[in-house]
Design a protein around this ligand. Structure first.
Ligand SMILES: Cc1cc2nc3c(=O)[nH]c(=O)nc-3n(C[C@H](O)[C@H](O)[C@H](O)COP(=O)(O)OP(=O)(O)OC[C@H]3O[C@@H](n4cnc5c(N)ncnc54)[C@H](O)[C@@H]3O)c2cc1C
Length: 557
């Protein structure tokens, strides 16, 4: 783990660097030219310059040994600057993942030390033209090369698609099928038979190089098989999902906030109907506040998951999926709303929000699409529901009822309503065997993510009130503002779980017309409706905080 002071310094260096080398005009120009600024990416990964990659390399390989929390903080900051450049740095992290989790000690030392000391760029080659979400369908092969009855090397043949850093990396982690099953190999640039295509002409992250790769009998020595044992590739890929999805979650968070942080000052200067837009409730309460609540709910979940990974609770794949799903969907909606907040100006390429919107779009696609996240979340939590005979979310709800008793202001009672309703929806789905419908299974994934994030944000607000927040946590909001955000989000989550849950259960035939009224009561809908009281005044308070009106009023007093 990195010391809080070192992390702060790294973030500051990153900000200073971006201010100097990547002002908005440069970013817009590179986006227009569809150009990856390789010199800048290399500078960021040069150990004698910014050396960003050192943060995630273990100390015994020459890095700083950063944990999940550190990596989240850096990823959010990089995404605030530019998501394309952030992706280029992420690609080295992803490319080195199979090494970190699966390589032999010698391989680890060799490759991770080179990333640390030489700043070499990696790419992560998993996806293929026919194997995207379903990596099991991969067709790239690795044939053994034998000498005197032993394996001395492999010949790799196949194609990879949409590979970040594909045209600029120094080394590639490549997933291929050996006779013993899928494995990761390291292939260096310039290997005979290895080629990459021209960069893709993409919708967004145009500062990131994305290219298809082709392998025609590319020979690698046997020591390039990571871990030295065939058949471990898909397990190794699974082992880091919690961690890597947290990074993409931080990208969604950073890009979303970057858009909102442009819309807020814009709205104070843009006068319409005699007053700034920032003073129009119909503007702030639609285009700003809900997005801030979603982003902060996702942040609460990211931070909790990062802390648990750092505490050694394992890879937390499902939590990583919830964090990624919520943060990237929130980032996309926030950027979309920010275009609206700028009106016609937001629709032009001259304004950064237009670029951010195109950039952030990728975060719901790479490292597992939102639909795959919904499936991952739902399948895992469904097992918990079954194992606990339907009690899992009721038990979770009780924890938030207890939190409400000590912190009545953080919306924990409403988060508890969301969790109780979720348990009821899942139980109805079980009784009527509705998860045989894939749509119901995936919609449950969405409801689970909302209910769990409502709990996390309540907890974060309570920790803030007790001054117990992680030292490295973002402190943009004080306890009162976070409590208001937690109440706003919990109300939305509870209503969504109960009403959409009812809709899908009824829609799939889980209750008939005569049973609906009793089901509504079982879901706690009357209490959830009553909990909406106070919503507008909470939103007003959040606006006052975001626009600095409370600080101003306090200074005046
Ligand atoms: C800019 C960019 C950079 C990338 N960088 C990398 C990289 O560095 N390394 C790498 O290996 N890959 C990379 N990818 C690939 C990326 O991870 C895949 O695009 C992604 O996993 C989705 O795979 P796919 O494109 O084949 O879509 P598909 O899997 O074909 O999915 C298409 C749609 O169908 C949905 N879908 C898929 N399966 C199901 C199902 N079972 N049930 C319901 N719906 C389903 C998906 O959610 C999606 O909406 C990158 C992609 C892009 C665009």
């Amino acid at each position: 783990m990195i010391a809080p002071k070192t992390l702060k310094l790294s973030i500051k260096s990153l900000r200073d660097f971006a201010k100097k080398r990547l002002p908005e005009e440069t970013l817009l120009e590179l986006d227009e030219k569809d150009e990856c600024p390789l010199d800048i990416v290399r500078h960021m990964c040069d150990p004698d310059q910014l050396g960003i990659q050192l943060l995630f390399i273990p100390e015994d390989c020459g890095g700083f040994g950063g944990g999940a929390f550190d990596v989240y903080c850096i990823c959010e900051e990089m995404a605030r600057i530019d998501l394309g450049i952030a992706t280029a740095v992420l690609a080295t992290f992803l490319g080195s993942d199979p090494i970190t989790v699966g390589a032999t000690p010698e391989q680890k030392k060799f490759w991770l030390s080179r990333i640390a000391q030489e700043g070499i760029l990696f790419a992560y080659g998993a996806t293929e033209p026919e194997a995207g979400s379903d990596l099991g369908a991969l067709r790239t092969t690795a044939d053994r090369v034998m000498e005197d009855g032993r394996v001395v090397g492999y010949k790799i043949t196949g194609n990879k698609q949409w590979i970040s850093n594909g045209g600029v990396a120094d080394a590639y982690s490549v997933l291929a099928n050996a006779p013993g099953g899928p494995c990761w190999f390291v292939v260096e640039k310039g290997a005979k038979g290895f080629n990459h295509d021209e960069p893709e002409d993409k919708h967004g992250i145009r500062l990131s190089n994305t290219a298809a790769l082709s392998f025609d009998n590319v020979y690698v020595d046997a020591d390039r098989l990571l871990g030295g044992v065939e058949g471990q590739g898909l397990i190794q890929a699974q082992l880091v999902f919690g961690y890597t999805r947290l990074m993409v979650a931080a990208f969604g968070l950073g890009a979303g906030w970057s858009a909102v942080d442009r819309a807020i000052p814009y709205s104070t200067k843009r006068i319409q109907a005699g007053a700034p837009l920032s003073e129009k409730q119909g503007y702030t309460h639609k285009l700003i506040v809900p997005h801030v609540a979603h982003l902060e709910a996702a942040r609460a979940y990211i931070e909790e998951t990062a802390e648990r990974i750092d505490a050694g609770e394992g890879s937390l794949n499902t939590e990583g999926a919830i964090a990624k799903y919520m943060a990237t969907e929130a980032g996309n909606s926030a950027a979309e709303a920010s275009i609206q907040a700028f009106g016609g100006y937001g629709y032009t390429r001259e304004y950064m929000v237009e670029k951010i919107k195109r950039d952030v779009r990728i975060t719901t696609i790479y490292e597992g699409t939102s639909e795959i996240m919904e499936m991952t979340i739902s399948r895992d939590r469904w097992q918990l529901h079954l194992k606990t005979r339907g009690q899992h979310y009721h038990e979770q709800a009780k924890k938030f009822e207890a939190l409400h008793a000590s912190h009545p202001e953080v919306g924990a009672d409403v988060a508890a309503l969301a969790l109780h309703a979720l348990a009821e929806v899942m139980e109805k789905a079980r009784l009527a065997r509705l998860t045989r419908y894939q749509h119901i299974l995936l919609r449950l994934g969405e409801l689970i993510a909302y209910a769990e994030c409502a709990g996390s944000l309540s907890r974060r607000a309570a920790l803030t009130a007790e001054s117990k927040l992680n030292e490295k946590s973002n402190r943009r909001f004080d306890a009162a503002a976070l409590a208001a955000l937690a109440r706003v989000f919990a109300r939305e989550a509870a209503l969504k779980v109960a009403e959409e849950g009812l809709r899908w259960i009824a829609g799939a035939g889980g209750v008939n017309a005569a049973e609906i009224s009793a089901f509504e009561t079982g879901l706690g809908l009357p209490a959830i409706h009553r909990a909406q009281v106070g919503l507008i005044s909470d939103m007003d308070h959040i606006v006052d905080v975001l626009y600095g009106r409370i600080a101003k009023a306090q200074r005046a007093a």
